[in-house]
Ligand binder design. Structure first.
Ligand code: 4NP
Length: 165
């Protein structure tokens, strides 16, 4: 008997503007997935709870910091919507405000909302913070700190979700 193909796990990273933290999370996760040849196992996207930056690429400062680590951030900003709660298996939020916004949307969607919702840093193993700080109004260091946190959390997340041999 042959094994039926396993559908990819659908992950959505969410922050406020979808130009700094969640595109970085998406890029870091995709980078790890490619390194481990697990591309077929995951469908990854990101979105913002706010719509101010819809259509824009990731913030230049975030892109530059990621590039220094060899990571591309290909995403264009879009706003989270009700359908995301049906279409994704797992939604990962960067801070407590994002978590609340997603939970409120899930309440609105009722039984149609099948996605699990988890704070991104619940998967971090080397850091104790519970939120990824918003780097938008800060200096260069903030973008590096975001990437340190996201690399840690993405490794933990991938470890948890990776297919077992
Ligand atoms: P993000 O950062 O939520 O990580 O994308 C922000 C980007 C833009 C704004 C706030 C946070 N803004 O106020 O425009």
């Amino acid at each position: 008997m042959t094994n039926a193909p396993v559908p990819p796990q659908r992950l959505l990273f969410v922050c406020l503007g979808n130009i700094c933290r969640s595109p970085a999370a998406e890029g870091v996760f995709l980078h790890l997935v490619k390194q481990r040849d697990l591309d077929d196992h995951f469908l990854v996207d990101s979105a913002g709870t706010g719509g101010w930056h819809v259509g824009r690429p990731a913030d230049q400062r975030m892109q530059a910091a990621a590039k220094r680590r060899g990571i591309d951030l290909p995403s264009r900003a879009r706003q989270l919507d009700l359908g995301d709660l049906e279409q994704f298996d797992l939604i990962l939020t960067m801070d407590a405000d994002n978590l609340l916004a997603v939970q409120n949307l899930a309440r609105e969607a009722g039984e149609r909302a099948t996605a699990q919702v988890r704070p991104m840093l619940s998967y971090a193993r080397r850091h104790q913070l519970s939120e990824v700080p918003d780097p938008y109004y800060g200096g260069e260091d903030g973008f590096e700190d975001v990437l340190d946190l996201l690399e840690d959390a993405c490794e933990g997340l991938l470890e948890e979700l990776s297919p077992r041999a």
